[in-house]
Design a protein around this ligand. Structure first.
Ligand SMILES: [Zn+2]
Length: 170
């Protein structure tokens, strides 16, 4: 009986160790208010971001449409960078683009984003990055609503929504 209990203990300890290995450290660079530029190596981001956020923000991958967290989300509040907390978009500028990705007519504030030409697809696109941490967010297209025609096509994994009530506590 004692031996059986011993095996149980080893099994339970093993379970906790494997879970612990899957959990990322707290992200010390995440702040909803600090706008100081971050220039960190990918090895640092890999330690503190979940696999999904890392592959989108640091490796510029694109998540699947219609199954991501915010494509059809209608909460009132602000969207921050999932990696560093930088303010990016407001729900006031979110609209249904019919693409299956969260889409915005404009950024929440000027100078929160970086833009660069992206030649990775057949067509030339404008890549949108977070100005604070340099993380990939998505792309900017010019087939959006008038008058700007801008469509900021974002990855939900690159965004962290903070509701109006929630943001008052920070
Ligand atoms: Zn960022």
């Amino acid at each position: 009986m004692k031996t059986v209990c011993g095996f149980w203990l080893i099994g339970i300890c093993g379970l906790f160790i494997s879970c612990k290995n899957g959990v990322k450290k707290n992200n010390p660079y995440f702040s909803l208010t600090d706008t100081t530029a971050l220039r960190l190596p990918n090895s640092t981001w890999e330690e503190i971001l979940t696999d999904g956020v890392y592959t989108v923000t640091r490796e510029a991958s694109t998540e699947m449409p219609y199954t991501n967290e915010y494509w059809d989300f209608k909460g009132t509040g602000q969207y921050h960078c999932a990696a560093c907390g930088n303010l990016l978009f407001s729900s006031a500028h979110k609209y249904d683009s019919g693409t299956g990705w969260p889409s915005f007519r404009q950024p929440a504030e000027p100078d929160r984003l970086l833009f660069r030409k992206d030649f990775s697809a057949r067509e030339e696109r404008i890549e949108v990055r977070c100005r604070r941490c340099g993380g990939h967010l998505g792309h900017l297209f010019y087939d959006g609503p008038s008058p700007t025609r801008q469509r900021y096509c974002m990855n939900s994994l690159a965004l962290k929504f903070v509701g109006i009530k929630e943001s008052k506590n920070h």
